[in-house]
Design a protein around this ligand. Structure first.
Ligand code: MG
Length: 384
């Protein structure tokens, strides 16, 4: 088996409703905008970067990086740096190729960020290829599924008022979903009120989670954390700036609510200090940023620390979702996988046969590779 082609395909899809809900006032004239109080850049489009790896025998593996903004950066890294070292190699040498790719820019300090996003896309495509070559679903090659289907939580509840968020959550309760994450970070008092209204409406049976989007200080996080413990919240995600591991460690020690962290990190090396310092109770790597290979390794490393995994999954479109499902199946210490209903719907429009998420669980594709096929004609139309 020999790789003969590596093509990166950036994509932008225009939608009425952006990721995390309607566009804030004044946004949308430009592709990218801010969503205060969050500091990260968001896109009015759904953006992603796919990679297509082809073998001399005519097999194709698909990968995807999480690329919510500037997917062309991932494209450039893949085409200029990664493709030349992958071409001519055997796709069955996945672990070896990961190291080859990682080492290319490691000593120049590019062992995170866009570089790892690009490597992750290729890693996912190589797993898809390996599955197709060996005639096995990816989860099987990873050592088997620890569960029949993947438990998930409905993420974000992107509605402007507490009342509308409760209504939205109740719609999903009707459909059998029991776990919800609130996109918060609007001030400690407001966050407590918002999650409190969800608890009141959904009852003690519901799993409630809160994402603070890195807006708080340690003191504010402790205050919020105590209230969340009282409300039986399943985790407090991203309370403090992601570089501040020590404050997370102090927070984790001070409050009973589990602290979740990880969408900013991309490798076992980056997660290591979080475990060593007991700064997180739940790790949230994204397969679109860490790849299947690293998320499995991070999961095994976390297991040795009795830490659970709740993989992040935001605007990955199709390939990334399938890769996350296979990976979540093969992780022993899975808590929940993220589920973004509006993104899922868009992703399925790019697939020849849809992925299924129902009653709080993703179904695991059981055919060779990732078990999903991109509708390439539709992809090329959207790309034009
Ligand atoms: Mg988050």
């Amino acid at each position: 088996m020999q790789i003969i082609g590596v093509e990166a395909i950036p994509l932008r899809i225009k939608r009425e409703e952006a990721y995390l809900g309607v566009l804030p006032k004044g946004a949308g004239q430009e592709a990218y905008f801010l969503r205060p109080p969050y500091r990260a850049l968001y896109s009015a489009y759904f953006e992603t970067a796919f990679v297509k790896i082809t073998t001399a025998e005519g097999l194709v593996g698909w990968g995807e990086a999480l690329a919510p903004v500037a997917p062309e950066v991932v494209q450039q890294i893949i085409e200029q740096l990664l493709a030349p070292v992958l071409i001519g190699r055997d796709p069955l040498d996945g672990n070896v190729l990961w190291n080859v790719m990682y080492d290319l820019m490691r000593e120049r300090g590019y062992y995170g960020g866009f570089m790892l996003d690009a490597i992750s896309a290729c890693d996912v495509a190589l797993w898809d290829l390996r599955g197709k070559i060996l005639g096995q679903p990816v989860y099987q090659l990873l050592g088997g599924a620890f569960r029949e289907k993947i438990p998930c939580y409905v993420s974000g509840l992107p509605r402007p008022t507490a009342h509308e968020r409760v209504e939205l959550a109740l719609e999903f309760v009707e459909k059998g979903y029991k776990a919800f994450k609130l996109a918060a970070g609007h001030g400690v008092r407001e966050d407590i009120t918002s999650i409190g209204s969800l608890r009141e409406a959904l009852g003690d049976e519901a799993t409630l989670l809160l994402d603070a989007h890195w807006v708080y200080t340690l003191d504010e996080s402790v205050q919020l954390g105590h209230a969340l413990s009282d409300l039986g919240v399943g985790f407090l995600e991203a309370p403090i700036n992601p570089e501040d591991i020590e404050s997370h460690a102090r927070l984790a020690q001070a409050v009973a609510v589990p602290i979740a962290h990880g969408e900013t990190e991309r490798s076992r090396y980056q997660f290591r200090p979080w475990l060593m310092q007991k700064a997180a109770d739940i790790l949230q790597p994204d397969v679109g940023r860490a790849g299947i290979s690293e998320v499995i390794k991070i999961g095994l490393m976390a297991e040795a620390f009795n830490v659970k995994m709740a993989p992040h999954l935001s605007v990955g479109l199709g390939i990334c979702i399938a890769a996350s499902i296979h990976t979540a199946a093969a992780i022993p210490n899975l808590y929940l996988l993220e589920y973004q209903p509006p993104v899922f719907e868009i992703a399925n429009q790019l697939l020849e046969s849809p992925l299924v998420c129902a009653s709080g669980f993703y179904e695991i594709p059981r055919v060779a590779g990732l078990g999903v096929a991109l509708d390439e004609r539709r992809l090329r139309e959207l790309q034009a």
